[in-house]
Write a protein that binds this ligand. Structure first.
Ligand SMILES: [Zn+2]
Length: 298
C-alpha cells in the first residue's frame, strides 16, 4: 500500500482511538473537533458550538449516567417512558413542581440524572425559556433536538464501537460484515450500521470560490449544521457525518487489519503492524499476565 495512504489510515485510526476512549476529557473533545476540521478541511465556525457545551456536563456525571446519555437505545426508551403520549400532561408552573414530577417518575435515579442533564442542555440551547416553565420544554422539540443532535458527540461513540467490534469479531472482509449488519434482524446491530451508512452520505466535498481563488471544502446536507431553531450565534458540529466519514475512510484504506479491542480493558486501539497483538498497551499486557498468575495461585 502506498505509504501516504497507510499514514492517512493510521491518522484516522488514531483519531478514532482518542474519540472512543471512554475516559476522554473535556479538552480532548475540543482537540478531536479541531483535528477533524483540519483532516477534512471543514468549513465550520466553532463559536458557541453546542456539543462542546454538553461535554463538561456529561463528563462530570457518574459512569452509570454517562452510559445512559451515550447509549442511543437506552436514551430512546427513556424518552418513550417520559414522553409517552398516553401519559396525561401535567400542568406544572414552578421549578419545584417540575423537580417533583421528575423525581416521581418511575425510573432509576441514574435515568433521572440523565434527564436533568438534557434539561440543563435545553436551557443552554434556549435561554429564552423561563426556568419556571421547564416542563413545557419537555414537550417541545428542543428536548429531542438535544437528545438526538447535541448528544450525537456521545451516541456516535457507542455506534462506532458497535460497528468496529462486529467487524472485528467476524473474520471476513469488512464490507461483507457491513452488508450483513445493515440487513441484520438484530435491531441494535442494524441500527448501528445504518447510522454510519446513512450519515456517511451527508458529508461531501464541495468547491468554494472566493476572490483569492477556488478551494475544496467539506459540506453537509444534514440539518444539524444549520439548525434553524438555534437562534443566532449557535453552531452544532455534525459529529454523525464526520465520525462516519472517518470510520469509512479508515476501513477503505485497509484499517480492518490494523486495529484491535484490548483483551484486558476492551478498548479500541490502532496497531501499526499486522499481527497477533492482543493488548492496547504494555500496562494492559502486564496486568493481564499478572491476573493469570494470580488465578493459577488461587
Ligand atoms: Zn487495554
Amino acid at each position: 500500500m502506498a505509504n501516504k495512504e497507510f499514514q492517512r489510515m493510521i491518522v484516522l485510526g488514531e483519531w478514532l482511538e482518542k474519540y472512543l476512549n471512554p475516559d476522554a476529557r473535556v479538552w480532548e473533545y475540543r482537540e478531536l473537533l479541531k483535528d477533524a476540521i483540519t483532516l477534512f478541511n471543514i468549513d465550520f465556525n466553532l463559536q458557541d458550538e453546542l456539543s462542546l457545551k454538553a461535554v463538561p456536563l456529561v463528563c462530570e456525571q457518574p459512569s452509570e449516567v454517562k452510559d445512559i446519555l451515550s447509549n442511543p437505545h437506552i436514551m430512546g426508551s427513556l424518552w418513550d417512558e417520559v414522553f409517552d403520549d398516553n401519559r396525561p400532561k401535567p400542568d406544572l408552573k414552578k421549578r419545584e413542581e417540575v423537580e417533583e414530577f421528575i423525581s416521581n417518575l418511575e425510573i432509576s435515579k441514574h435515568q433521572k440524572a440523565a434527564l436533568w442533564v438534557v434539561l440543563r442542555l435545553v436551557l443552554i440551547v434556549d435561554q429564552e425559556v423561563d426556568a419556571s416553565a421547564m416542563l413545557s420544554i419537555l414537550l417541545k422539540t428542543q428536548f429531542s433536538f438535544v437528545q438526538y443532535e447535541v448528544l450525537d458527540i456521545f451516541s456516535f461513540k457507542w455506534i462506532t464501537n458497535e460497528v468496529l467490534k462486529k467487524i472485528n469479531q467476524k473474520k471476513e472482509l469488512w464490507s461483507n460484515t457491513f452488508k450483513t449488519g445493515l440487513d441484520s434482524k438484530d435491531s441494535f446491530t442494524c441500527f448501528s450500521f445504518y447510522e454510519i451508512y446513512e450519515n456517511s452520505h451527508s458529508i461531501f466535498e464541495a468547491i468554494n470560490i472566493t476572490e483569492e481563488g477556488a478551494y475544496k471544502t467539506m459540506t453537509f446536507d444534514s440539518p444539524t449544521c444549520e439548525y434553524t431553531s438555534l437562534g443566532d450565534g449557535y453552531s452544532l458540529f455534525p459529529w454523525g457525518p464526520v465520525v462516519s466519514k472517518i470510520l469509512i475512510d479508515f476501513l477503505f484504506l485497509g484499517g480492518q487489519d490494523y486495529y484491535l479491542f484490548c483483551e484486558q480493558c476492551d478498548r479500541f486501539a490502532v496497531i501499526r503492524r499486522k499481527g497477533r497483538k492482543k493488548f492496547c498497551s504494555d500496562l494492559c499486557r502486564t496486568t493481564h499476565g499478572n491476573e493469570l498468575k494470580m488465578n493459577k495461585i488461587r
